[in-house]
Design a protein around this ligand. Structure first.
Ligand SMILES: Cc1ncc(COP(=O)(O)O)c(C=O)c1O
Length: 370
């Protein structure tokens, strides 16, 4: 394995220092919760090793999301990040062929790279509304393909696969005898109806999720992978046991208590996100210097400074970060030109969001070269 740190991790707000940022528009989750928001007591937890797959009752709650899924189809992991790592390292060897959507959340690219896989990037384009081109996907899958890796709702664009397209992708992986790694970390933040949990559609699909984004709980590091293929699950469990043995019982209990109140929590969270989404949509519609593809879910979007606008990007980010104290995810976090920027609109209050957005307009004005 050849590990390399990614800019999105090196330059993340938690590494830079939250206290140095005035308007944090770089987050990809809902507002971080406090333990006291959850109103739970952890006093009775016995700090033993836990069930190696994870707390059975919590796995049961997660499995209830998908038709015909069982608690043993769910394995808890420290964040979706660990689930992605386990799935990639179990399924892939050096030189294996994989098809991965691009851009993507960094780990979906960096782990297969660290393994030394043979990549076919499925490039999503602004001009095409960041939509997945199913024909292009079908052409890239070969008998040698081991894995197709997609994210929906997508990070950094917020664009989603429709249910019909998801079912078509599942047919493609089944017909070709490969697997679909479906990163559904933002699934419960879809603005319209939810698509079925990928893993409920076929044993060839491995769904990845976590409580980090939709519930604002990244600090408990609670994610999962979901898969109906019990032979594969044994391999995933072997990998988990070699790294962690079992998960943190404290994290699992907090996650369990939160998910027991899932429907009330999500109603409140979605209502707050809707307020901020309206704010950013209003702001975007007044921008002549920026353009975007409206997201369909999640809490991030990936607008760009218009290509014909003469802007010094070094000056823009210098002013944005250090004069105005605003942090966004610059395009290079996603191996894109820095005219693109990921804006997270679900983490701050509406007022801080609008104040931060206005500094983006100001920094572009200041950095214009015409
Ligand atoms: C699409 C996606 N998958 C997985 C993760 C990892 O999140 P966590 O490990 O906190 O669950 C992230 C974090 O940004 C993400 O955006």
């Amino acid at each position: 394995m050849n590990y390399k740190r990614s800019p999105i991790e090196i330059e993340s707000p938690e590494q830079y220092g939250y206290d140095k940022i005035k308007h944090n528009l770089s987050e990809s989750s809902f507002t971080d919760m406090r333990l006291s928001d959850l109103d739970i007591s952890l006093d009775d937890i016995v700090l033993a090793y836990g069930d190696h797959l994870g707390k059975p009752e919590l796995r049961g709650l997660i499995a209830a999301e998908g038709a015909a899924l069982h608690a043993d189809d769910v394995m808890l992991t420290p964040g979706a990040a660990a689930a992605l790592f386990i799935v990639n390292t179990v399924l892939l060897k050096p030189d294996d062929h994989i098809v991965v959507a691009f851009p993507n959340y960094a780990t979906n690219l960096t782990t297969p790279r660290a393994i030394g896989c043979n990549f076919d990037l499925l490039t999503l384009r602004f001009e095409e509304g960041w939509r997945l081109d199913l024909e292009a996907l079908a052409q890239r899958i070969t008998p040698k393909t081991k894995l197709v890796s997609l994210t929906t709702p997508h990070n950094p664009t917020g664009v989603m696969l429709s249910e019909a397209d998801l079912r078509r992708v599942v047919e493609l992986v089944e017909a070709n005898g490969c697997y679909l790694l479906l990163d559904e970390t933002y699934r419960e933040m879809a603005f319209g109806g939810l698509t079925p949990l990928g893993a409920s559609l076929s044993p060839r699909v491995i769904s990845i999720s976590s409580l980090s984004k939709s519930y604002g709980l990244p600090g408990i590091r609670m994610g999962c992978l979901i898969c109906q293929d019990q032979t594969l699950m044994q391999q995933f469990l072997a990998a988990k046991e070699q790294i962690f043995i079992s998960g943190s019982l404290v994290d699992e209990e907090i996650a369990f208590q939160a998910l027991r109140r899932k429907s009330a929590m999500l109603d409140e969270i979605r209502a707050k996100i809707a307020i901020n989404f309206e704010a950013i949509s209003g702001w975007m519609s007044a921008q002549s210097q920026l353009e975007w593809v409206q997201p369909q879910g999640g809490v991030v979007c990936f607008p760009r400074i218009r290509l014909d606008l003469p802007v010094n990007l070094d000056t823009f980010y210098q002013l944005l970060n250090h004069k105005y104290g605003t942090w966004v995810g610059p395009g290079h976090w996603f191996e894109h030109d820095r005219r693109y920027m990921r804006i997270g609109y679900g983490w701050t209050s509406r007022d801080t969001l609008l104040a931060g957005l206005n500094t983006i307009t100001q920094a572009i004005n200041d950095a214009r070269q015409d």
